[in-house]
Design a protein around this ligand. Structure first.
Ligand code: HEM
Length: 527
């Protein structure tokens, strides 16, 4: 009886009609909304030439951007000096225009507040899509790196040296004879151990569960971002709520980090309270967990311990990949130019003799004195930066630049850092690798001492970004890369597998310029 009544009800023309309308709305509405959103995105908001759309569909242009961004950037950069009087051009990226601006604007742009030009929203949009499934950049994190970490580099170095020695013994193949060795995996593990030590300190740093959480988090943030961007604009806010596997993995890593780090913070807090009550000195831990927890207590409102644990993961996200890329490039360049190895060893030996060597508080001075190595690192980064563009910023409020260029709110801008580094007006013989060029410039003129360091940023040296959001971790990265490189050169001789084939080539995808993860060089342990 009930079945018959239901069937009769469903068969009524008005019910059938309503069902048809609902079905159409269900399938058609998302498509229509997505279509309208896409059409809006496809209309360029900035009046400067688009370099990758001529004769191509938007999908083809996105593909071209992914695999030919370097050529596009070079073409546009060359025209800054002649044709593009407004000092800007744009490309159609994965899902929107990106405006590439000339470095001539850097001072003007840097004077703007973060409410007008926003680094954090740009990172959020570029890496993970616009939706808040993860907070990708954070002021407390950047501030703690720039202040506490940078101030304490000298104190951390003795333990960092020990960690590198441990990594060299356990993560690097034993090669009593010359043999081919894959560089990336050993570099990655060595860097991961050192960064883990800096973040969580010795009590947790070698814990494999924590290490895999920390390492997989980095990978899964990118995976989550890519998976999300495969959905239509309409669906993204919905699936970003955990319907994408990569996003769920990221949340799982965060949960693991909270489980490991929150009890650590609570234990330390109890130990500190006990020591203070007993009138004893509390020995402050020297790691990010401690510094971040101290900083978090002072914010208004105070941040939770859970948030500190999440920031520890984010810190690793900013640090591990960029530092491993830079280090691997340096090792490839050393293998390709073994003539630099003896002068670098000589410099290290002299510095050790002068500053005492060993595990002393003079470690920071020793590391800072390695001017030849600093120069080699900077030259390696100049020729092969990890990203072709930096100064990624989202315009929050309309900007009118002095040249007349109008950047409306919503514009995503970048600066072509790699092209500046290959500009003959900026660098002499820009296509020549001259490992000691910056060392020679520093030696020749006192006033360029600090202007030519690996960590220096300026409109001519953009690989750590520029201005108020320039990389806060660059001083730490510089010290660690120097230590690892010197340990490596003390322990091994290096050369290319096939000198005729040259240095292993990097792979470029979009703005990323990444050294090969499988390339080998020849290595032998020194007697
Ligand atoms: C050689 C290795 C590294 C390179 C090439 C590098 C490069 C960069 C670049 C290009 C930026 C954007 C700056 C801008 O747009 O103005 C940046 C930001 C950042 N970097 Fe690095 N970085 C490196 C290592 C590190 C390390 C070791 C840490 C942590 C200890 C770190 C933490 C950060 C953070 C937190 C930000 C965001 C800054 C903010 O929120 O204001 N980086 N980095």
């Amino acid at each position: 009886m009930l079945v018959t009544t239901t069937v009769a009800f469903l068969a009524r023309p008005e019910v059938l009609g309503a069902a048809a309308i609902l079905a159409i709305a269900y399938f058609l509405l998302p498509w229509a909304i997505n279509y309208v959103q896409l059409q809006r995105l496809k209309k360029p908001a900035v009046d400067v030439p688009v370099l990758n759309l001529k004769g191509k569909s938007f999908d083809e242009a996105a593909e071209y951007y992914l695999y030919h961004f370097k050529e596009i950037l070079q073409q546009g950069y060359d025209r800054f000096k002649t044709v593009y009087k407004k000092g800007a051009f744009q490309v159609w990226g994965i899902d929107g225009y990106i405006v590439i601006v000339s470095p001539q604007y850097l001072e003007e742009l840097n004077a703007l507040g973060t409410d007008t030009l926003d680094f954090h929203s740009a990172s959020q949009k570029r890496i993970i899509g616009e939706y808040e499934w993860l907070r990708i950049a954070d002021e407390l994190e950047a501030h703690t790196i720039l202040t506490d970490l940078t101030r304490n580099i000298g104190n951390l170095l003795p333990n960092i040296h020990k960690e590198i020695e441990h990594a060299l013994a356990t993560e690097w193949p034993d090669c009593p004879e010359w043999r081919p060795v894959k560089v990336w995996p050993s570099m990655f593990r060595t860097m991961a151990l050192v960064i883990s030590l800096m973040i969580v300190g010795p009590e947790l740093s070698r814990d494999e569960y924590w290490l895999s959480t920390m390492i997989n988090f980095v990978e899964d943030v990118f995976v989550g971002g890519w998976q999300l961007k495969k959905y239509s604009l309409f669906m993204r806010p919905i699936v970003a709520r955990g319907l994408v596997p990569g996003i769920r993995s990221v949340w799982r890593h965060q949960e693991n980090a909270r489980r490991l780090i929150v009890p650590m913070i609570e234990r330390r807090r109890a130990e500190k309270a006990r020591a203070e009550a007993a009138g004893e000195d509390y020995v402050k831990p020297q790691d990010m967990v401690y510094w971040l927890a101290e900083g978090a207590a002072k914010t208004n409102p105070p941040r939770s311990d859970a948030n500190v644990a999440e920031l520890c993961l984010m810190m690793n996200f900013a640090a591990l990949h960029a530092a491993t890329v830079t280090l691997t490039n340096i090792v490839f360049d050393l293998a390709a130019r073994p003539e630099y190895i003896a002068p670098l060893r000589e410099e290290y030996a002299a510095a050790k003799a002068k500053y005492g060597g060993g595990l002393t508080e003079k470690q920071a001075i020793l590391v800072n004195s390695l001017s030849r190595l600093d120069s080699f690192m900077k030259e390696s980064q100049r020729m092969n930066p990890g990203t072709l563009t930096t100064f990624s910023r989202l315009v929050r409020r309309d900007i009118h630049l002095s040249s007349g260029l109008h950047l409306p709110a919503g514009t995503h801008i970048l600066v072509p850092a790699a092209m500046i580094s290959l500009d003959g007006d900026v660098y002499e013989d820009p296509l020549q690798f001259r490992g000691f060029r910056f060392h020679e410039q520093r030696a020749a003129a006192e006033d360029t001492m600090y202007a030519k360091q690996f960590t220096t940023t300026s409109p001519q040296q953009m690989h750590f970004g520029y201005g108020r959001q320039a990389c806060p971790g660059r001083f730490f990265a510089s010290a660690v890369i120097k230590c690892i490189t010197m340990h490596l050169l003390e322990e091994f001789d290096l050369k290319l597998v096939d000198p005729k084939a040259g240095r292993p080539q990097n792979a470029i995808k979009g703005a990323m310029n990444i050294p090969s993860e499988t390339a080998e060089i020849m290595m032998v342990r020194r007697q």
